[in-house]
Ligand binder design. Structure first.
Ligand code: GTP
Ligand code: IMP
Ligand code: MG
Length: 337
């Protein structure tokens, strides 16, 4: 056993939360650890008829035997985190790396009042950009400086590397998406850090030699919130005609919708070093596929789409999500790997 990393392939909101929850349930990792920027992310998990939105904790929380960690690279907003820990009742199994940088109210204020960030870039207003700037300037607080985080502090790399060395599986949960990367995205319309698989590993403290699988998640119709180029964007009317309307988990903003972008998918799979691909929203491509759990029951249109994704990326599609709920998925890993 080793580590599996899950990252977004487009502009975030690909459904990583749903995919990670499925992997957590079926693969039973000892630890699920979050990398990525911070509480600008919003993962949605639908489980047992209930819908959960998490911004700080790993979406794999639904699997109750896993330890839930937050890597040193992640920005922590203590009040958001504490509220999630309480409402999900996971106090006993949460760990926060003592080196995480802290988002303070001044960062949120700066994010919201900066015309450059809030208007031009269309940031989430969660303080992530200004907090990462302070971190680079080496003036940000760390988790170890915050009283209410003391019970949760840990050394995340020590925990996860020990688990891997003992033969256990560690699931690394990325946030945002490849095209929002500070390095590889459509700069300046990007987030405040790289978002590729390598960054997620650095965030949590695992070397590349310990990773067996990189699963890149794509959605059938890519979405983008905030400003910036979107080469395959469709009009709102077209999206409505197709019955696709989505709103952001964190900001409530309406997501821009586009057509499948094979060129971007290929580049994203390349930089991420994808070994597997997960496709979400196959039911948005063809309503008849909603809730289907077997490959044979997918429509020809859906199967052709999956084959096209494999042609575009040259990576096997091993997970096909057919609805928002955790059990609405076709898991092809045994057949394809
Ligand atoms: P970030 O970390 O913020 O990038 O989010 P994310 O990748 O976890 O995705 P998010 O939960 O923000 O958005 C995905 C949306 O699609 C959620 O509302 C999910 O419930 C929903 N979803 C996930 N998979 C499917 C699917 O296969 N079909 C449909 N119809 N919806 C899905
Ligand atoms: P920031 O990360 O809040 O600075 O926002 C910068 C850009 O990244 C904006 O276009 C945001 O909409 C986008 N963004 C940041 N996090 C997410 C996410 O989790 N999902 C989708 N878009 C995001
Ligand atoms: Mg989201």
């Amino acid at each position: 056993m080793s580590a599996t990393v899950v990252v977004g392939g487009f502009w975030g909101d690909e459904g990583k939360g749903k995919i990670i929850a499925h992997l957590a349930y079926s693969d039973k990792p000892r630890i699920i650890v979050r990398g990525g920027v911070g509480p600008n992310a919003g993962h949605t998990v639908e489980f047992n008829g209930k819908k959960y939105g998490v911004r700080m904790l790993p979406s794999g929380f639904v699997y109750s035997d896993a330890r839930l960690l937050i890597g040193a690279g992640v920005l922590v907003n203590p009040s958001v985190l504490i509220e999630e820990i309480r409402s999900l009742r996971v106090e006993e199994r949460v760990g926060v790396d003592f080196r995480c940088a802290i988002i303070e109210s001044k960062h949120i204020e700066a994010d919201k009042t900066s015309a450059h960030l809030s208007e031009k870039i269309g940031s989430t207003g969660t303080g992530c950009g200004p907090a990462n700037a302070d971190r680079v300037l080496r003036v940000a607080k760390q988790a170890r400086d915050v009283a209410e985080l003391q019970p949760f502090l840990t050394d995340v790399p020590l925990e996860i590397n020990s688990a891997i060395d003992e033969g256990d599986l560690v699931l690394v949960e990325g946030t945002q998406g490849f095209a929002l990367s500070l390095y590889y995205g459509s700069y300046p319309y990007v987030t405040s850090k790289d978002t590729s698989a390598s960054q997620m590993l650095a965030d949590v403290g695992i070397g590349p030699t310990k990773v067996e699988d990189v699963i890149v998640v794509f959605k059938t119709f890519p979405t983008r919130v905030g400003a910036g180029p979107f080469p395959t964007e469709m009009s709102q009317e077209e999206a409505e005609r197709l019955g696709i309307i989505e709103f952001g988990t964190v900001t409530g903003r309406r997501r821009r919708i586009g057509w499948w972008d094979g060129k971007l998918a290929r580049y994203s799979a390349m930089v991420n070093g994808a070994t597997q691909i997960a496709i979400t929203g196959i039911d948005k491509l063809d309503k008849e596929c909603y809730g289907v759990k077997e490959w044979e029951k997918l429509t020809p249109k859906a199967k052709e789409f999956v084959e096209r994704v494999e042609d575009d990326t040259r990576v096997p599609v091993t997970l096909v999500s057919t609805g928002p709920s955790i059990e609405q998925i076709i898991d092809l890993r045994e057949e394809k790997l």
